[in-house]
Design a protein around this ligand. Structure first.
Ligand code: TPP
Length: 263
C-alpha cells in the first residue's frame, strides 16, 4: 500500500469517529495525518505485536486533543482492532477524547493538557542515553501549544543534554483554539528562535511524504526540530484552513462528502 492510500484510510477513520461521537478537533487531527503515516509506516522502530519492547522508538502526541488521529493510525498499523475506533469518545467505548496511555497499546503518554509532551519525551531521551540505547523519541506539538511556557523550558534544556536522539515536530497549521496563531501570539521568526536555542532546524511541507521522511531520517548532533507547515483540516475541502473545524463535528451529509473526497 502506498502512503497516500494509508493516509486516506486514516483520515476516513478520523471523520467517521468524530461524526459518530460528535467530537471536536477534526481539523486538529487531519493536519497531522501525513506525518503520522510516515512515522508509523516508514520511520519508527516499533512492533505492534510487542508494543512495549525496550528498544522501541517512542512517539508522543503532545497535542492530545488530536487523539482521533493517533488512535486511527495505531489501529491502521495493527496495534489494536479497528472496531475499537467505533467507541471513540462514547459511553462504553475504551478510547477517551484525549489520549490515554492505559486505553490501548501504542499510546506512550496521556496528553490533552497542552505543554507537557516535550518534557516527557526529553526524560525518555535522557533515559535512552543513560541506558546506552539507540532508540529515538519523537514528539509532536501544535503551534498554539508553543504558547505554553513549559515548552520553552524544555526547548532550552534539550540542547544542554545534547539529545541528538530527540526530535520535536511542530504541526504548524497556523490556527489554534482562539484564532490565527500569528494574531494570538506570533511565533515568527520561529526557525531563528530554535537556531538560537541551539537546535538543528528543518523546515518542510508537512504533507509531502518525501520531505517528511527526509527530515525525520537526517542524523544530527543536536536535538532536531522539524517545523512542518501543514493545513488544518487537510484532505477534506470544506474543513481545510477553516477555524470552525477546531470545534464542529461533521453531520451525516458532511461526513458523506468527506468520505467521497478521501478515496
Ligand atoms: C494547558 C491547556 N490549556 C488550554 C487548553 C485548551 N486548548 C485545547 S486545544 C487548544 C488550542 C491548541 O492549538 P494548537 O496547539 O495550534 O493545535 P491545533 O488544534 O491547531 O492543531 C487549546 C488552547 C488545553 N488543552 N491545555
Amino acid at each position: 500500500m502506498n502512503l497516500n492510500t494509508i493516509a486516506n484510510s486514516i483520515r476516513r477513520s478520523i471523520v467517521k469517529m468524530n461524526a459518530r461521537s460528535k467530537a471536536s478537533h477534526s481539523g486538529t487531527a487531519l493536519s497531522t495525518v501525513d506525518i503520522l503515516t510516515v512515522l508509523y509506516f516508514k520511520t519508527l522502530n516499533i512492533d505492534p505485536k510487542n508494543p512495549l519492547h525496550v528498544n522501541r522508538d517512542k512517539f508522543i502526541l503532545s497535542k492530545g486533543h488530536g487523539s482521533s488521529a493517533l488512535y486511527a493510525t495505531l489501529a491502521e498499523r495493527g496495534f489494536f482492532d479497528k472496531s475499537l475506533l467505533e467507541g471513540f469518545y462514547l459511553d462504553g467505548g475504551i478510547l477517551p477524547g484525549h489520549l490515554d496511555k492505559e486505553a490501548v497499546p501504542g499510546v506512550e503518554v496521556s496528553s490533552g493538557s497542552l505543554g507537557h509532551g516535550l518534557s516527557l519525551g526529553l526524560g525518555m531521551a535522557i533515559a535512552n542515553k543513560v541506558d546506552g540505547r539507540d532508540s529515538k523519541v519523537y514528539v509532536m506539538c501544535g503551534d498554539g501549544e508553543l504558547n505554553e511556557g513549559s515548552m520553552w523550558e524544555a526547548i532550552m534544556f534539550a540542547p544542554c543534554q545534547q539529545l541528538k536522539n530527540l526530535t520535536l515536530i511542530i504541526d504548524y497549521n497556523k490556527l489554534q483554539g482562539y484564532g490565527r496563531t500569528n494574531e494570538v501570539i506570533n511565533l515568527e521568526p520561529l526557525s531563528d528562535k530554535f537556531t538560537a536555542f541551539n537546535w538543528d532546524v528543518f523546515e518542510i511541507n508537512g504533507h509531502d511524504y518525501t520531505e517528511i521522511e527526509s527530515a525525520l531520517t537526517q542524523t544530527t548532533q543536536k536535538p532536531k526540530v522539524i517545523i512542518a507547515h501543514t493545513i488544518k483540516g487537510k484532505g477534506v475541502s470544506y474543513m481545510e484552513n477553516q477555524f470552525v473545524w477546531h470545534y464542529k463535528s461533521p453531520n451525516e451529509e458532511q461526513l458523506q462528502q468527506a468520505l467521497s473526497e478521501l478515496i
